[in-house]
Design a protein around this ligand. Structure first.
Ligand code: SAM
Length: 296
């Protein structure tokens, strides 16, 4: 994983801040165990969620585990969180396996999710978080194991689950063709030797959660909406975020045989790149958030 990916995740922070569903978040706050809970976040990336949850007063004490398959990203995370805490005047201390931020012990765990589920993993979590992750894994296969990481009746919060709709404005004649191929790539993706994605993860989570005995207590949309301000500039580092989204689509379609003609894809990318440079590109991705309790 490159530092470009870490920058993408950092740039995504302000987009997620706006997108996270406030009704679902309010339910999370209501369900959040008092005291010093043990929180496990899978596919935690750079750790922007723990920073956000401290900022928003949702967590402040206890233990927060960031689990990710990407060791380099976890290494970045430790330093990114230290700098984030310093910028807020929060005391933090680096530890061999993470860092202490005020009363919160943040622990970094390098593991691939399925291997982690198959192995013994010690104490159960009170709260389980997965954000922008479940659309990268085989949800029906892993959801029961994932929920078993929680104490009975423990709280899950699954956010930013992609749900089959990407919109770019102004429209381009090739949009539908590109998106069809992009969704096919998500649906057929293999990672770590297993199916890894579903372009309609969001809507399917309603019944996957029910089937796993953990129906959602609240659900709602968490669409990404990115547009430039009246001065033509995108907020924060969101122009970089948009550029990364276009790169992701390009990489996904580059090697597809039944995808888009390479010359058409190049035209589409060039047209959207020009709109982005001009501050005219609007990007919307439909996603869904869920909160609930594990069985028992
Ligand atoms: C789109 S990023 C989201 C990161 C973070 N949750 C956020 O929203 O900023 C997905 C993350 O999940 C991790 N990931 C994907 N598949 C994984 C797996 N099978 N096991 C562990 N981590 C995984 C990736 O390394 C990456 O950091």
């Amino acid at each position: 994983m490159t530092s470009d990916y870490a920058r993408y995740l950092a740039a995504k922070t302000t987009v997620d801040d706006r997108a996270l569903n406030r009704h679902v978040l309010a339910e999370l706050r209501r369900l959040m165990p008092a005291g010093a809970p043990r929180v496990l976040e899978v596919g935690a990336g750079l750790g922007t969620m723990v920073a956000r949850l401290i900022d928003w007063g949702v967590v402040g004490a206890g233990e927060y585990i960031l689990l990710d398959a990407d060791r380099q990203l976890l290494d970045c995370s430790r330093l990114w969180l230290r700098d984030w805490a310093a910028a807020r005047g929060l005391r933090s201390d680096l530890l061999p396996d993470g860092l202490q931020v005020g009363d919160l012990r943040v622990r970094l765990v390098h593991a691939e999710l399925i291997r982690y589920l198959e192995a013994a993993h010690g104490a159960l979590a009170d709260v389980l978080i997965a954000s922008a992750v479940l659309d990268l894994v085989d949800v029906p296969a892993i959801l029961p194991g994932l929920l078993r990481l929680l104490v009975p009746g423990g709280v899950y919060w699954f956010t930013i689950n992609y749900d089959g709709e990407t919109i770019f404005e102004p429209p381009h004649p090739l949009d539908d063709q590109v998106m069809l191929a992009y969704h096919c790539d998500m649906d057929e993706r293999i990672r770590y030797g297993r199916p890894a994605g579903d372009s309609r993860t969001g809507r399917r989570l309603f019944h996957h959660l029910r089937d796993a005995g953990a129906p959602a207590l609240a659900a709602g949309s968490s669409d990404w909406v990115v547009n430039a301000g009246p001065d033509g500039n995108y907020p924060a580092d969101e122009a970089y975020f948009l550029r990364s989204i276009l790169d992701t689509i390009q990489n996904a379609l580059r090697n597809r045989q039944h995808g888009v003609d390479p010359a058409d894809l190049a035209d589409w990318l060039a047209a959207l790149g020009r709109r982005l440079d001009a501050g005219e590109l609007v990007y919307i991705a439909h996603q869904l958030d869920f909160v609930g309790r594990s069985p028992g």
